[in-house]
Design a protein around this ligand. Structure first.
Ligand code: E4P
Length: 224
């Protein structure tokens, strides 16, 4: 399972890129707004220059399929690794279907059911993003939806990749990997939580302490 970072924060993206574990980025209008960066295109271009993998950037015009297609062509032209994120609606599916025929890669987002994911695969989306945390918040089993989608895609050999999104904590990531998601897109905080473990810190401190004792003993023996 690949790890994408779910953020529009340049510092987080730079730090994660240095770790070498991040294969792509997902953004959404809320994440971009949080950074108070005025120029959406500039933000997406900068991200795309830092991370060579797929960068999901969302369309903002959702009125009609034609409007989405127009917006999507524009967003896709910002960088070769940009994937256009489109909410799953009737207009979104119609647009994604037309875009697939043009070779524009899409990530169908705000997916909350296996049926929506089935339709995303039928229109030739490159990715589908089931929102695990938001489903859990609404009293559903978000990861069960991911598992259903993975099972259906596997049975019919759909090439659409499953991005487990709306990841809230490290165990979501473990469960997504066990469910067979192709990708988990995680906030920077969750990535840090995946790295850190108190026993790793305790182990490092103990090794350092033991090593100091041995070094001190060797030094005093050499001084005799
Ligand atoms: C994914 O593409 C979305 O940007 C994201 O995972 C949404 O997460 P949230 O439910 O924490 O806002």
């Amino acid at each position: 399972m690949l790890i994408f970072l779910d953020t529009a924060n340049m510092e987080e993206i730079r730090q994660a890129a240095r770790l070498g574990v991040v294969s792509g980025i997902t953004t959404n209008p809320s994440l971009v707004a949080k950074e108070r960066a005025g120029d959406y295109r500039a933000v997406v271009r900068e991200i795309a220059s830092i991370i060579p993998g797929p960068i999901s950037a969302e369309v903002l015009n959702l009125e009609t399929a034609q409007g989405i297609v127009r917006d999507a062509r524009e967003v896709a032209s910002w960088a070769p690794n940009v994937v256009v994120k489109i909410p799953i609606t009737a207009a979104g599916l119609e647009a994604a279907s037309a875009l697939a025929r043009e070779g524009v890669r899409t990530n169908l987002t705000l997916c909350f059911s296996a049926n929506q994911a089935l339709l995303a695969a039928r229109v030739g989306a490159a990715y589908v993003s089931p929102f695990v945390g938001r489903l859990d918040d609404a009293g559903h089993d978000g990861m069960a939806v991911v598992a259903d989608i993975v099972e259906i895609y596997k049975r019919y050999s759909f090439p659409t990749q499953v991005i487990a999104a709306s990841i809230r904590h490290p165990m979501h990531c473990v469960a997504a990997a066990k469910a067979g998601a192709d990708i988990s897109t995680v906030p920077y905080k969750v990535l840090r939580q995946m790295i850190e473990h108190p026993l790793t810190d305790v182990g490092i401190a103990r090794f350092a302490q033991d090593w100091e004792q041995v070094s001190a003993a060797l030094a005093s023996r050499a001084a005799l």
